[in-house]
Design a protein around this ligand. Sequence first.
Ligand code: ARG
Length: 255
Amino acid sequence: MKKLFALVCAAVMAMSLLVAAADAPAFTTIEPGKLLISTSPDFPPFESTDDNDNIVGIEPEIMALVAEKLGLEIEYVPMDFTSALAAAQTGKTDVVMSGVTASGETGESRRLMFDFTVTYVSITQAIVYKAGSPVTMDDLGNVTVGVQRGTTGQIYVEDAYGEANVVGYDTYSLAFQALQNGQIDCIVVDDMVAKAYVERIPGLEMTQTTFEPEDFAFGVYKQDTGLCDAMNWALQELIEDGTVQAIIDKYNTAE
Ligand code: ARG
């Protein structure tokens, strides 16, 4: 009986230790209890809008789990990519969720604007063109290239080939309309996103580039004390237990 009591005590202590370890680090947000998130929802499978104007995709699914762990309610504020980055810099939002590249030189300069959580996925830029009019990496200097303003796609193409033949759009939706209308020859965009558009729009094809691979993270308003650590605490768990990979695989299975 004594032994059993001791065992139960040990079990209870172990459990309370676990609970203590699972407590999120303390943090603040702009509006208590809320996570304001700026996003450019033209970026399937990471974020896009469904028929009811809900923001859906890999990142909203991850963010819902993070917010739940931190006891926060999410409010999305949709805008173009450049504005979404700026919003998390100036404290209009707590977080920018937009497939934001956190690696390389671009990542370093964005780190001056906001803090980055841990990265959770890697991509490389790809080229999307009309079937029958292929564009390869070697052609990029001689054709008209559509990009979304402020993205690594724009930065890499302009650094390598100059600005003359690059056309910037506020959203990828507009860039893809221009490609379909024949106003541009190709679009340079993150490969998982290229694949999603090629699957959605008939008559488009894609090929990889040899630009450096990029890692995505969420950008966090620097004056939200402890929020980045708290999000990392939640994200780390979701990465380690395979949840994040399962969400990515769910959206990225079709060939
Ligand atoms: N990964 C690229 C970058 O950080 C493109 C991101 C565009 N995101 C979006 N939601 N439209 O520059």
